[in-house]
Ligand binder design. Sequence first.
Ligand code: FES
Length: 109
Amino acid sequence: MRYLVCSMITLTERQKVKFQAGPRSVLVALAEGKPFAIADKCPHMGFPLSGGKYESGVIRCKEHGLEVDVRTGSVVDSPKVAFLKIAPSDMSVRSYPAFVENGNVYIEV
Ligand code: FES
């Protein structure tokens, strides 16, 4: 299903927005001038990624520091928990198509 998220200007100003697409929470973020969308759920313990720090296409979970590339949904760095040994390649976040049409950002969920 297609959803209108926000205007492109809003996304440019905020860099990331949290969006509720029916039952799914989605994080929409701007990277390299384009919108990208991933599930707003950390693959470590399920906390929302949208509350984390976002910079240069990578969102950092505020709970334990796992980092996800919003362009691919790939985990680029593991959680910062001493007893936890999980390779980034063992985790990923679902990504969704995102695009701009008539100045608005849409996602397909
Ligand atoms: S819940 Fe996100 S890194 Fe632990």
